[in-house]
Design a binder for this molecule. Structure first.
Ligand code: PGA
Length: 252
């Protein structure tokens, strides 16, 4: 049985007090919502500590949106994996398309970040996905394959057991355009095949999340697909009610 995960990527939104309110709303509303779903919130670095405190006593888990490629030292403005782990994070989003696109993150950097994450006991949520031009040129399979081969293939079998993949087509992020459930299933199944080529049966246990304009109204259809194990949620994670309602999309 693969884990079912609904993870909220708050991106650069909310002030600390707003983040605490949002986290409290998620924790309070979580109550009876889908006990089998793992809910994760990923606030900005600045409120990790306060959000961790607000989540105490609930089963909502904490993640960060990024970490440094180095362990520590003279890297002005960077935040080390050890620091976010010390604040209670269990997860770290790595390789989000916004990081790749706006901050020039390459596979080389991501390999180092993955190592830092594992060295500090964090589970990476590793993001892959093609942009619109690549989708239109029918290159999406090749793009995600390369993003996996260049980074995930460098993991040990033990590390791979603690990995979450998020497939996020860039053209669907924040655009209101979602991949259809069939498009998601097609590429998720393909990603699992690429993972299996390296890690064998362990690929069956790896949660693969869909991300990109996922909301309460479309989650159920997408999550019903065989190889979709949940979602990485941006905009809709900023409202506790919507975020939790997305978790209700699981019927399987
Ligand atoms: P979105 O973002 O749900 O706002 O499209 C998803 C993401 O970038 O993780």
């Amino acid at each position: 049985m693969r884990k079912k995960i609904v993870a909220g990527n708050w991106k650069m939104n909310t002030l600390p007090a707003e983040g605490v309110e949002l986290a409290k709303g998620v924790a309070a509303g979580r109550g009876t919502v889908c006990p089998s779903v793992n809910f994760i919130v990923c606030p900005p670095f600045t409120h990790l500590s306060e959000v961790a405190a607000a989540l105490k006593g609930s089963d909502i888990e904490l993640g960060a949106q990024n970490c440094a490629a180095e362990a520590k030292g003279a890297y002005t403005g960077e935040v080390a994996a050890s620091m976010i782990a010390a604040l209670g994070c269990k997860y770290v989003i790595l390789g989000h398309s916004e990081r790749r696109q706006y901050y020039g993150e390459t596979s080389e950097t991501l390999n180092k970040k993955m190592e830092q994450a594992y060295a500090n006991g964090l589970t990476p949520i590793y993001c892959v996905g093609e942009n619109l031009a690549e989708r239109e040129a029918d290159k999406h399979f090749d793009v995600v394959k390369a993003q996996i081969e260049e980074v995930v293939y460098n993991l040990t079998a033990e590390q791979f057991k603690h990995l979450v993949i998020a497939y996020e087509p860039v053209w669907a992020i924040g655009t209101g355009k979602t991949a259809t459930a069939d498009q998601a299933q097609e590429i998720h199944a393909y990603i699992r095949k690429v993972l299996a080529a390296k890690f064998g049966e362990a690929a069956d246990e790896c949660p693969i999340l869909y991300g990109g304009s996922c909301k309460p109204s479309n989650a159920a259809e997408i999550f019903a697909k065989q190889d979709v194990d949940g979602g990485l949620i941006g905009g809709a994670a900023l409202k506790a009610e919507d975020f939790l309602a997305i978790g209700q999309g699981f019927s399987k």
